[in-house]
Structures are given as C-alpha cells and as structure tokens.
Design a protein around this ligand. Structure first.
Ligand SMILES: Cc1cc2nc3c(=O)[nH]c(=O)nc-3n(C[C@H](O)[C@H](O)[C@H](O)COP(=O)(O)OP(=O)(O)OC[C@H]3O[C@@H](n4cnc5c(N)ncnc54)[C@H](O)[C@@H]3O)c2cc1C
Length: 749
C-alpha cells in the first residue's frame, strides 16, 4: 500500500459531466487540476455503466436554438462525428479522450474520496485536503488544492467539509413555488437501473430469477409503456427510492430495481403479449443511477419562479432549457404519470451565486448538487445543463486559484472578467455580449465577398396541407416589409397571416400580435402569395408569423433548412396526460412544436433586403442566435465566386492568434446515445475547408488553413506573429450547406 500527496491548483471530485467540464475548463485556463472519480469510467450517469442519455436545453428538440456550446458542445459534435448511432462505449471514449487531451489534468479513476480535512467556524469553513482511496491499486491519495469543486452528485465532499445543504422538497411558502408541496418533506426523485436487449436470431428461453416481481400484480403494465425492443433510457421510468434515502438505502434500492427489471422482462418474454421469442437481455445495469441527493446552499438558491420568469441574472454564467421535470415519489409503482413537465417560454439563466457554497469559502459545486430548490433542480439536473454549469464553475475556480481569492470575492469584484472569459471559450451564455478589449477584431472594419441580403427559401421539396396553424420565425433587421409564401390552392380562398413579436430576443413563441394581412388566391399550384406585413422594431429581432389554418391550402416546404428561420406546427392538444409524461396546458413551447421542421423550412421570401446576415455580424459580440442569427452568411455559393470575410484596420496590427467560430446549427438536437439519430456525422452548416490570408507586400499570403474541419470553434496559433492591416478568411467548402457562414472572428496579438 502507498500513501501519496497530490498538490494541484484545483481538485475536482466527481467525474460526471459536471466534473469533466469543470476540470477541462480550469485546465485550459492554465491551472493544474486533479480530477478524481470513484468509478473506472468517466461520464457519471451518462457512462456505459448507467447509460442515461445526455439531455440538455434543447429538451429533445422542444426549445429553439438551444444546444449547448463550449466544452459540452464540443463533446456533442465529436460524438456525432464518431458515434452518431449512440454506442455507449464509444461515448465513454469521447469523454475520456477529451480529458486526456488536457496536459494540466491529472486523472484519478477508481478513487473514492471519503475523508475531507477542513477547518474554521461553521459560517466560514476552508477545505485543506480531500483524501481518496484508489481501489485495485492500494493507493491512499491526499489531494491538496487551493480550490475544490464538489461534482460528486451526492455532495459527499461538501458534507464532510461542513457545507450547508438541503435534502428533499421545500415548503411552497419558502420561495412561493407553485409546484412545491404545502409542507417541506424529505421526498426526492428516485434512482433507476436500465437494461439493453437484443434479438439473438433464434428463440431464447427466459427463466426469471427468484427476485423478479410479478408485474401483473402491480399497476406497471397499465400505467407505464412497455415495448419489446426498447432499450436503456427508454426505461427511465423504472424508478424507485423517492421515499427512501438514495444514498444510505442504495443497496436496498438496487435490489428492488433489479426485481422490477427481471419482472418486466418476464412479462415481455413470457406473457404472450409481445413478439419477443428471439429477444434476450444483453446488459442490465448494476449501479443505480441516482437522480437526487444533497443540494448545497449557495449565495443564491435558484427556484421555480426564476426558471419560469427566465430571470436575467446579472451574474448569469450558463443556461438551461429542459422542463421542470418532477416524478411521483412512488416511482415505478405510482398510479400517476411517471413525470410531469412545465416549460418557461424559452431558455432560462443560471447565476454564478448558485455555484459556490455559502459557508465553505473555497468550494464550488456543479451538477445536480448546486444551490437550487427541489423544483428548480427538476430542470437543472439534466446532464448537458450540469455540464455547462460545470464549465462555468471550473472557469470560476481557475480565476479564483489564479488570483488567490474566494468565489464570493470573484463574484463581487471580477464578475465581468468571469463572464467575458466564458464567452471567449464559446461557453453557453445567452444574451450577453462579448466586449473583450484585447480582441483586435472589434476595431476592424468588416466586409465580405457577398452577403445574404435577399432572403428566400425557394426550392420546394413537398407540400403540407394547412390543417393547422403554422408558425415561422424570421429575422427582422432592420425592417420587415412584405413576405411571400409558396402555396397550392385547391379552390378560390383567402390566405391569412398574422405578425407577432416574440417578447424576448431568446424566445421563439408568439407573444403580442402586431398586425394581420390576407391575400385572395385563385385555385392553382406553386403560387407565391404576397402578404403586406410591415414592421420596423426598435432593434433588430425575430418576428413570429402565424400562417392560419386553411383546408383549401397547402404550404410548400423545402428540405434545405436555412439559418435564421424556424417553423412550428400549432398543436391542438397542449396539455397531455400520458402514462410516462404529463404536460401542463397553456405552454407555448409545447403548443408550437418544431420537430417536423428541424431539417426543413417553409418556402418563404422576405421582400425587403435584410441585414441579418451582414459581414459585421461576425464581430458583433454575440455567439448564438439572440433576436437574430448573429452570423455572416454569403449568398448561395457558386463556382464563379470565392466567398470570403475580410477584416481591415487603419494601421497594421500584430496578429498571433485567431479564433474562428463556425455555425454548427445549435438548433439541431444532438444526443450521445440512441434516443434519436441525427442523420449526418458533421453539421452541414460548418465550414469544412478554409484558409486565412493576410495582405503582405501588396499580395495575399496564406497564414493558416483548416482542412476537413467538423468543429465549431477553431483556434489558430501562428508560429510567429505577423503585422497586417488586412486579413481574410476564405471559405472553400462547407460540410454540405450552400452558404458560407461564420459566427465569430476574434484576433489576438
Ligand atoms: C435513470 C435516470 C434518468 C435520467 N434521465 C436523464 C436524461 O434523460 N437526460 C439527462 O441529461 N439527465 C437525466 N437524468 C439526470 C442526470 O443523469 C443527473 O442529474 C446527472 O448525471 C448529474 O450529473 P453530475 O455530474 O452532477 O453527477 P453524476 O452523473 O451522478 O456523476 C457524479 C460522478 O461523481 C462520482 N463520485 C461520486 N461520489 C464520489 C466520491 N466520493 N469520490 C469520487 N467520485 C465520486 C460518481 O462515480 C460519478 O462518476 C437522469 C438520471 C437518472 C438516474
């Protein structure tokens, strides 16, 4: 046996997606990091040991333009490239390699931290060391760091350090939360085991083990959806332990979950109700995926009202978008739906004050143990949201370690630096503008080979009857002055279109009606119907057009979607109660569903020219859609014209590093496992081949290039700095899109 001491700037305990993202963020900022995980595989509940699919702000495609960027975004895009079919082991490797790519991270797998040395009064504790035991290696390791991150999910590190925490549900009156119970209690979300099945190609016998329950004596067959051939997280509802202690009763909970799985499999195989003769169990989980345990108290406790109001915290450092998703305490045995869901009208913000302990001065937290009420935790708990919170907390930890200050001091005196550092990393913050004064691009004039100023989606692929209202969001920059829609009319009729605003730049739902226009149409197909809708908003923003249902009309749809435009179908049934999911009525996000248009768009023309895709959008400081696409787009690329974006300065500037952000279409809902398959390996809108040229001695010289690119953010560091007053990025080829698009260019000396 060995005793060791590891000294790093930062110790991240817990290697779920929160811990992984925190460690990578801190390491990239030059801090040394120990990442400690008590299991052999990184990824926490997303790892092949548990196999929960990674959801986030997209909410399975319900939210608009909501996929995460930053480190979590890199993981999604990398996984899509290597593993679009969602093999759980390949996902493990994507996560492991992302960590191993960082020389500043020392990774300790199989290392269980169960002792913490901390001192100070209860209101002002300081962690001095966290001690772990590396299983299988007989190594007792003492981790000494200036800053600690508790990313354990269960919150053991903070607990041992004396950090204040909460367990269970708050009383409704505490934060005025409608979804909280009248009186506080210790009910939590339960734990789950999952299983995978396969078709063996020949009949396979199944004799249930003695522990298997007889599910026909429960409400499971009637109250939950059981299908032969479902796998893994499709069975998220095999949940139990909400009325127990998820940690201390973990063994008991695992046994109960196994009994349920083997009982469900008995029902599938032997009840005669399923075509399952050839089916067999391929994998059954043995580590219960835990949903909920301690939630630390920070300087702010995020609650239901913040989520629903989409409160714009001054210290926002991340965003989420999953619904508030709570489950009945009895889990799989409950007679109610397995989950109930409530959405705000768009994404919501997470404040930095919820990411550090109120009473342990050198501890931050990320993941499911952040400072949130039980109800707010109901949405922040999904893994891509845990991950972006991890990136924010890891970035905060790195700045604290560099400056020798506490997270609270960082919040008090260096908040802008924290947020700007996150934006420089392309992290997931919405509506905050980058104003990095060291970025030389901010002082440049920008122009381009062409700009997509005449906006039209004009190639029809199929037509849909207008049985329901169809919504379309389009950028209005600076004004809308007429639209055209491509329609078929069965008979003489009138097409009616309403113009609505969206309320907030980050929302894509109708908020207030501004105008209505109609046009009389004769019978005939492929007609461009002109509607005189006009609007000049104070600042550029999106318009929500409502194309009213009309049984005599069909709307033409293009299978070539376009940046800046989304479409939605209005659903009659807004509140639904199904066995697995109950949705509240009156939620515009659910009412206006975009799924069928995710890789398509209505054929539409904007009559007036638009500046929504102008060249200077690439330096406007916004990295994501926010009241407009915030990217430069060329006209449709042709062999006859080279597409480029050029930056010029009045005097030559020294250039050493370039940051290029390409468009990876944050509207597309990527996922690590098999929930759904996005058809392409690389996002078509991403630039594939490009070169960067500088004007030197009256001629263009290539100073950097990218070949076969499939990533969103490219950082190009030149071997030696150059001086130039003209720089251009020449887009040679995309990964499929007909338009050259660049979200952001940064230039550093
Ligand atoms: C069955 C189930 C279904 C769910 N459905 C979804 C879903 O569909 N999509 C989604 O995104 N989210 C879902 N969630 C929620 C999500 O999985 C969790 O909220 C999320 O995993 C929390 O991330 P985390 O990094 O905080 O913690 P975890 O994923 O729990 O990771 C914590 C890590 O810390 C390690 N650790 C713990 N204690 C110690 C210690 N003392 N020392 C060292 N290491 C330690 C653990 O081994 C683990 O690797 C679900 C959860 C469950 C259980």
């Amino acid at each position: 046996m060995r005793n060791e001491t590891v000294k790093t700037d930062i110790a991240v305990i817990g290697g779920g997606l929160a811990g992984v993202n925190a460690a990578i963020a801190a390491a990239r900022l030059g801090r040394t990091v120990a990442l400690v995980n008590n299991r052999p595989v990184l990824g926490g509940n997303s790892s092949s040991e548990v196999r929960v699919w990674v959801c986030g702000a997209t909410a399975h495609g319900t939210q608009r333009y909501a996929r995460e960027t930053g480190i979590m975004g890199e993981l999604f895009v990398e996984n899509q490239f290597r593993n679009k079919d969602g093999n759980p082991y390949f996902w493990d490797m994507v996560v492991l390699e992302a960590v191993r790519a960082e020389p500043n991270i020392q990774l300790y797998l199989n290392t269980d931290v169960h002792e913490v040395e901390a001192d100070g009064e209860a209101h002002d504790r300081t962690i001095r060391a966290a001690i772990g035991w590396m299983m299988g290696s007989e190594r007792r390791i003492r981790f000494e760091s200036a800053v600690y991150l508790d990313c354990t999910g269960d919150g053991l590190v903070g607990f041992l350090a004396g950090a204040k925490y909460r367990l269970g549900r708050e009383a409704r009156a505490e934060f005025g939360e409608e979804w909280a119970p009248e009186a506080a209690d210790e009910i939590m979300l339960g734990s789950t085991l999952l299983f995978y099945t396969k078709d063996a190609g020949h009949p396979v016998k199944y004799t249930p083990p003695r522990m298997a329950i007889d599910v026909t004596k429960t409400t499971i067959p009637e109250r939950r959806i059981i299908r032969s051939g479902d796998n893994g997280c499709a069975y998220w509802w095999i949940e139990w332990g909400g009325e127990h202690d998820a940690v201390h009763d973990n063994e008991r909970i695992r046994d109960e979950l196994w009994s349920v799985i083997y009982g469900i499999w008995d029902y599938i195989k032997n009840s005669g109700k399923f075509d399952a003769d050839n089916m067999t169990l391929e994998w059954v989980g043995s580590l219960p995926g835990k949903r909920e345990y301690r939630r630390f108290v920070g300087d702010y406790v995020l609650n239901q009202n913040d989520i629903l109001a989409q409160r714009e915290f001054d210290d926002r450092v991340a965003f989420g978008g999953w619904s508030i998703d709570l489950h009945p305490p009895q889990g799989v045995y409950a007679t109610e739906s397995g989950s109930k869901h409530l959405f705000p009208d768009g994404i919501y913000h997470v404040p930095f004050r919820s990411l550090y302990s109120v009473n342990v001065s050198n501890m931050l937290m990320a993941g499911r143990d952040i400072s949130a009420s039980h109800v707010a935790f109901g949405t922040t708990r999904v893994m891509a949201t845990c991950a972006v919170i991890g990136e924010a907390a890891g970035t905060g930890a790195a700045l604290c370690a560099a400056k020798g200050i506490s997270p609270r001091e960082l919040h008090g005196s260096h908040l802008r630096e924290l947020q700007q550092t996150l934006l420089r990393q392309d992290a997931s913050i919405i509506g905050l503008r980058s104003d990095d004064e060291t970025d030389l691009a901010r002082g440049a004039r920008v122009f381009a080979s062409s700009e997509r100023s005449r906006f039209g989606i004009e190639q029809p692929a199929y037509a849909i009857p207008l049985h329901a209202d169809i919504g379309i969001t389009v950028p209005v920059d600076p004004a809308l002055d007429g639209i055209e829609l491509l329609v078929d009319a069965d008979a003489q009729t009138t097409l009616v279109v309403e113009l609505w605003d969206t309320g907030r730049p980050e929302n894509y739902v109708p908020h207030a009606k501004l105008a209505e226009a109609s046009v009389a149409l004769s019978a005939g197909s492929l007609q461009w119907a002109k509607l005189g809708l006009s609007w000049t908003p104070v600042t550029a923003c999106n318009a929500f057009l409502v194309v009213k249902a009309n049984e005599a009309l069909a709307l033409h749809i293009s299978d070539r979607p376009s940046s800046g435009v989304l479409a939605y179908r209005r659903s009659e049934q807004t509140g639904t109660s199904r066995p697995n999911e109950e949705h509240q009525p009156g939620q515009p996000l659910v009412e206006w569903r975009k799924h069928e248009f995710d890789h398509a768009a209505p054929c539409i023309r904007l009559t007036a020219p638009t500046e929504a895709f102008a060249a200077d959008k690439a330096i406007d400081g916004y990295l994501r859609p926010y009241g407009g696409p915030h990217l430069w787009s060329s006209e449709r690329m042709t062999a006859a014209r080279l597409e480029w974006l050029e930056l010029t300065w009045s005097e030559p500037v020294p250039i050493r590093e370039l940051h290029l952000v390409f468009n990876d279409d944050v509207n597309d809902d990527l996922i690590n496992l098999h929930h759904h398959i996005t058809p392409y390996e690389t996002m078509p809108t991403l630039v594939k081949d490009y070169r960067v040229e500088a004007r030197e001695g009256g001629a263009w010289a290539t100073i950097a290039e990218g070949r076969g690119n499939y990533k969103r953010k490219n950082v190009l560091r030149l071997d030696a700095p150059i001086q130039t007053d003209r720089l251009r990025i020449v887009v040679e080829m995309t990964n499929g899109s007909e338009y050259a698009e660049i979200v952001e260019v940064r230039v550093y000396a």
